[in-house]
Ligand binder design. Sequence first.
Ligand code: TTP
Ligand code: MN
Ligand code: MN
Ligand code: MN
Length: 386
Amino acid sequence: QQGDPVEAPAFLAASYACQRNTPQPGHNTLLTAALSVLAESAELNGDEGRGLAFRRSEGLLRSLDRRVQGPAELRGLPCLGDHSRRVIQDLLENGVSSEVEETKSSPRYKAMKLLTGIFGVGVKTAKRWFTEGICSLAQLETSGHSLNAAQQAGLKYYTDLNQPVSREEADAVSVMVEGVVHSVLPGARVTLAGGFRRGKMSGHDVDFLITHPDEGKEEGLIHKIIACLESRGLLLYQQTTRNTYRESAKGAGRPSSSMDRFERCFSIFKLTNDSSPEDTRRAQQDPERVRVEADQTGSGGRPWRAVRVDLVVSPISQFAFALLGWTGSKLFERETRRWAVRERSMSLSSHALYDRNQERYLRASSEEEIFAHLGLEYVSPTGRNA
Ligand code: TTP
Ligand code: MN
Ligand code: MN
Ligand code: MN
């Protein structure tokens, strides 16, 4: 039973995910998938604390550079609570965890996953519907509930939006976005953020951060981008929010607040089947030709699919913070902010870094500088898959 104690390398003993390099997909996918189910189930129950505990365990296992073969190898590792250890032990010994299997097949988990899988539907709304006995899309449609615009779009494009976006599709969307942004504001910069910047091969959406090297030129840009996308018939849905961020003498706002206040747009793009990055590039030079080429039948009987796209506009002075904040993963972000507060007395947001001891903002023009301010070793985007 008692194996030799394994000396964990320093980076494995690190208890914050932002202290570790976490590549994709990791060597323990059986374990991380199982813990992810339990985390998700807790989150869908509105139990944030419990969800976070499972996410931290999952993140730790993702960062290991080898496959765990037995429970003895877990000794000395941080982040793993009793509950997670029990689940991992089950999986290592039996190849399956009854708790995870029961969770996955529970009506509540299945219904909540289905309902929150609708764009525009959060945990609170899904919970209310589930309590009323709604467990399927058909039941929701006949329930007589009035849905807001986002939810209507979410229902309409449900199948497409729940089909993962491939790397190729993300590249095609990049070409579309770059074309539009450069036509409305020459010199503006478009950067792919989110999971694709972390090197993931698929995602639930495509995230872009947009800025301009001259501070102020980016003001009002989101509306011009949307107008142009709409005139080209590329948008199926969009909801735009204006920038409400102002630096204050009191510091970088509530440290717990994860919502930022950039000009941004949650949207659904219309991506034609034949829009490989090359084809999309050609389409912008010769729209007529592609319309003809795209006239072939795709899934669902139409020659296009719906893709979720997030567009965020940042002033250049906040760009490094915005990039760090919008690259993720969500756990990596949470952990970086938690490190900042607890270990450095700083508050980090997607806009700024505030030093509470010095009572001043710390400037940065690159992610490397932010890590340096925080006293963290730099972790490249592909290592942030916690
Ligand atoms: P997501 O697009 O939700 O996640 P992801 O790109 O990591 O993974 P997926 O493949 O499922 O799309 O979020 C990307 C980052 O954006 C995430 O680190 C958190 C950040 N973000 C904000 O900062 N504010 C917000 O309001 C939202 C929705 C996301
Ligand atoms: Mn427990
Ligand atoms: Mn994303
Ligand atoms: Mn997103």
